[in-house]
Design a protein around this ligand. Structure first.
Ligand SMILES: [Zn+2]
Length: 196
C-alpha cells in the first residue's frame, strides 16, 4: 500500500536482567547486578567459572556458575581466554542470557531501560495512513509494549490502550495484550487515519 510507513525499531536493553536473591548481609531479598567480572578457578585438569553479581543494597557478592568442574581439554581455548580476561562481549552475552540466569537464580527481573534506534524500511508517496513497526530485539528486555509506544510516539499510555481497544493498534503475533514485554519479531500496526 502506498500510504503505509514501515519502520524498524531496534531495541537494545541498557541494563542486564537482575536476579532477586536473599542477601545474607541485608537479611532480605535484594536485586543483584552483574559486576561484569568473571572468576575462574582451575583446579588440576578441571575448571570452574562464575559471573560475579553484587547486591544492589550492600555490595555482597553472588557467584553465578558458568562452568562447573569442566575438563580443561573440553573448553575452547579462545573461550577460556575470554573467561580469564572477563572479556566485555562475553560478560554481556552471559549477563543477558535470561534463561540461564533463571535456572541458577529463580526470580529474575528484566529491566525496561533501553536504547531504541529507528530505521525507515519503506515510505509511501501519499500521506501516511498506517504505521507498521517491526521490532528487532536481539536481547531480552523488560520494556512493555505500551510503554515503548508511549515513549517513542509521545503519547500517554492510556491513549495507547484506547487505540488498542478501538482496533487502531494491533500487535502481532500476541494480540492486544500490550502490558507484556516487547519481543523480537513483533509487529505493531497503527492506524493513523483520523489521528494525528
Ligand atoms: Zn545485601
Amino acid at each position: 500500500m502506498a500510504d503505509v510507513l514501515r519502520v524498524q525499531w531496534t531495541i537494545i536493553p541498557r541494563t542486564a536482567p537482575q536476579p532477586w536473591l536473599t542477601c545474607s548481609r541485608c537479611g532480605e531479598a535484594r536485586r543483584f547486578r552483574s559486576s561484569d567480572r568473571i572468576r575462574v578457578n582451575a583446579n588440576g585438569k578441571r575448571v570452574d567459572a562464575w559471573l560475579i553479581y553484587k547486591c544492589t543494597g550492600c555490595g555482597s557478592t553472588w557467584n553465578r556458575p558458568i562452568l562447573e568442574r569442566r575438563p580443561v581439554r573440553s573448553i575452547d581455548p579462545g573461550f577460556l581466554m575470554s573467561l580469564n580476561t572477563s572479556e566485555a562481549m562475553l560478560t554481556r552475552r552471559l549477563a543477558f542470557d535470561v534463561e540461564a540466569l533463571r535456572r541458577s537464580a529463580g526470580r529474575v527481573e528484566e529491566c525496561d531501560d533501553a536504547l531504541v534506534t529507528r530505521t525507515v524500511l519503506s515510505q509511501g508517496t501519499t500521506p501516511t495512513r498506517q504505521l507498521e513497526i517491526l521490532c528487532s530485539v536481539p536481547e531480552p528486555v523488560g520494556l512493555r509494549v505500551d510503554r515503548l509506544l508511549a515513549n517513542e510516539l509521545h503519547l500517554s499510555r492510556s491513549r495507547i490502550q484506547q487505540l488498542a481497544k478501538t482496533g487502531d493498534l494491533v500487535a502481532f503475533p500476541q494480540g492486544p495484550n500490550l502490558r507484556r514485554p516487547v519481543r523480537d519479531g513483533m509487529r505493531l500496526v497503527l492506524n493513523l487515519a483520523g489521528h494525528s
